[in-house]
Design a protein around this ligand. Sequence first.
Ligand SMILES: [Cu+2]
Length: 145
Amino acid sequence: MKQRLSLVILLALTQIWAAPASAASVTVTDAWFRALPGTLPAGGYFNVHNTGNSDLAILGAQSDGCSTVMMHKSSNAGGMSRMEMVDKVDVPAGGKISFAPGGLHLMCMRPTALMKIGGKVPVVLHLSDGTRVAATFAVRGASGK
Ligand SMILES: [Cu+2]
């Protein structure tokens, strides 16, 4: 009986040690989606701050509010606005990166019923060190309000 108890404690400790130690080294703030009518993709915007000592990169994202989440970069060349897929966004140690309208953004494809103006949508960012960072995005309308 005593032996079984210590095994349970050991397993519990292993769970704690297995948790990613660097998960708290990235903070996400000012996170929001721009919801558009119907099944139009919703742009996702936020600031990310790497408070740790290691360079990291965002490799992707997933959300229950979207069928797929992609990373895009908008650019404006000769008056033509276009978007490119991005598979990696570097966030250097101590660095801050903004995902903002007109630049980097998450592209939430085929938003689900969770994507309601005034609501909140959970997003998980996948980092290059294997950790995942959860953030809550507020859902705003087309005007960004
Ligand atoms: Cu886009």
